[in-house]
Design a protein around this ligand. Structure first.
Ligand SMILES: Cc1cc2nc3c(=O)[nH]c(=O)nc-3n(C[C@H](O)[C@H](O)[C@H](O)COP(=O)(O)O)c2cc1C
Length: 512
């Protein structure tokens, strides 16, 4: 049984690779008018508007890792938290088109992740299961009526694959999982700001589906299904998750009335990767690193102004202190994100450094665990030099070389990969974890997305910007690194640099 699932995952990964001479199967044509709706309504569910104020705007980015007393669980504080992790942050307008952006990035801005909230004992909110409606910053009451429980709040997440598959075809499942990693990281930062210590529940996919009502098949007849992902207890002290409700309301809206293509392999890999995230046996506390670079900016401002760069200037040199600060955030304990994901690191950044003060252009690796260093060294190209490049970070130079053109080619010929200061490749420990548990395929992508989110927010706080790069030529990356099998696979790229804004875009507020 496990063998079949492993085979399904590995086969999916191989067929969804982009190659220099062939892109993974995707739609031949895109009808932009027929793009699936960005927001799902639950018709018939009572809608409860949430307070929009950010209640933690006084905390600076530098103060973020410092533990602070938990704010009480009430609708003001929950409204503030949701704005800072999954809420809208702006509308953009250009040539008669208008689109919204959120606190976390998403491949193609398609936002496959849906957010759910389960509340128990929250002042001003009836106990129940709610769908978070990002468009109006409101909760839609999906279920209620349970025996009184201890108080707590849980956020649940599901993916609507079609939102991504519509545009990206078979590779879309990977993007849904990377997006979810960004969302989980966004939750970590927002929770830390409110003094909450979030924790992933060790529930399998079927249990998550049950808790979020996603297994109520009759409700989803004729509309796109939602794939259960994960539930996060907002605070480590939360009581027992309420799971049974007496009353249900609402019918999910249809997102795409005329889907042109079908990508059945996505549902197959989704099923093969059902499972639970690794159990958390201890809570990791992030260390308070004394950074040389001071980010004297409000943390909520960093989060609300975050954007993906659509172009970089191709010349700015990143100060060494900013570079070090970003890399420190990726190490265990370096960011609140690793409190939510306190597991042995399995995804390791390789860096193509183009323009960083005091760092020779070239290829570098930063193994995030001690054992990974040895296994990467065995797997990578024999000719790499493995020279320690920093006295305080586990950063090793592999080759000194100008790699701008290579980075561009590897990243599906995208200019951002060469105009930036650094391009990252996220190298995942792959075949081993998936053979042990096929659900690891999702979790590795989450970890890569979390890394991307730390990079992006640290860069933003320092006046720089990041962009996720889901489009890259998988085996061309492996060729550069000398990887000969699937012990390791690159699963994400990232770029950071000095952004060039597009002056043609008009920016409007998220909520009027
Ligand atoms: C998983 C993932 C993959 C992405 N891939 C690319 C990419 O290949 N090229 C690109 O220019 N932007 C890419 N992006 C950036 C998105 O286009 C961007 O997040 C989206 O347009 C929303 O804009 P915002 O991040 O400014 O909110 C990616 C983002 C994510 C999360």
């Amino acid at each position: 049984m496990n063998d079949t699932r492993v085979a399904t995952v590995l086969a999916y990964h191989t067929r969804s690779k982009h190659a220099l001479d062939r892109y993974a199967a995707g739609p031949g044509t895109l009808d932009w008018e027929a793009q699936p709706k960005a927001f799902r309504d639950w018709a018939g569910a009572q809608q409860i508007g949430l307070p929009r104020a950010v209640v933690v705007s006084e905390i600076s980015w530098d103060a973020l890792p410092v533990a602070r007393p938990s704010l009480p669980l009430n609708t003001s504080n929950l409204g503030s938290l949701l704005r800072l992790c999954v809420g809208l942050t702006a509308w953009k307008e250009y040539a008669g088109s208008r689109w919204s952006l959120r606190a976390h990035p998403s491949s193609g801005n398609l936002h496959p992740t849906e957010t759910w909230l389960i509340s128990s004992g929250v002042a001003g909110l009836e106990d129940g299961l709610y769908h978070y409606q990002n468009l109006h910053h409101a909760l839609e009451r999906r279920a209620w009526g349970s025996a009184p429980q201890e108080s707590g709040v849980w956020l649940g997440f599901s993916s609507i694959h079609w939102r991504e598959a519509w545009k990206y075809g078979e590779r879309a499942f990977r993007y849904c999982q990377l997006d979810l990693g960004h969302v989980l990281a966004a939750v970590s930062y927002a929770a830390a700001l409110h003094g909450w210590r979030p924790r992933l529940l060790n529930l399998d996919t079927a249990a998550v589906a049950r808790c979020l009502g996603l297994d109520r098949e009759a409700d989803f007849v004729g509309v796109e299904g939602e794939e259960a992902e994960v539930i996060v207890a907002l605070d480590a002290d939360a009581g027992v998750l309420p799971t049974s409700w007496q009353h249900w309301a609402g019918k999910p809206g249809l997102l795409d009335a005329r889907p042109l293509y079908q990508w059945p392999v996505i549902e197959k890999v989704a099923e093969a990767t059902h499972g639970a995230p690794p159990a958390t046996d201890s809570l990791l506390t992030h260390s308070t690193t004394e950074h040389i670079f001071k980010a004297d900016i409000a943390a909520s401002q960093v989060i609300l102004q975050r954007r993906s760069a659509q172009a970089f200037d191709g010349e700015s040199v990143m100060p060494h202190a900013v570079f070090k600060r970003i890399l420190t955030g990726l190490l265990p304990g370096g960011s609140p994100v690793w409190e939510l994901w306190p597991h042995t690191a399995r995804v390791h950044p390789v860096l193509l450094v183009h323009r960083v003060e005091g760092v020779a252009p070239g290829l570098y690796v930063m193994p995030r665990s001690e054992p990974a260093k040895a296994s990467l060294q065995t797997a990578f190209r024999e000719t790499f030099s493995w020279q320690l490049a920093d006295p305080e970070l586990p950063l090793l130079q592999l080759v000194a070389a100008r790699a701008g053109k290579t980075a561009r080619t590897l990243s599906c010929h995208q200019d951002i990969a060469t105009q930036c200061a650094v391009t990252f490749m996220m190298v995942a420990e792959f075949a081993g974890p998936i053979a042990a548990d096929p659900a690891a395929y999702r979790h590795l992508h989450w970890e890569a997305g979390m890394l991307g989110h730390v990079i992006t927010l640290e860069a933003e706080a320092a006046g720089w910007r990041g962009t996720g790069i889901g489009c890259f030529f998988d085996d061309a990356d492996h060729e550069v690194l000398g990887l000969k099998d699937d012990q390791f696979q690159v699963i994400y790229h990232y770029a950071i640099g000095m952004a060039v804004d597009d002056p043609r875009l008009l920016t409007l507020p998220a909520y009027e």
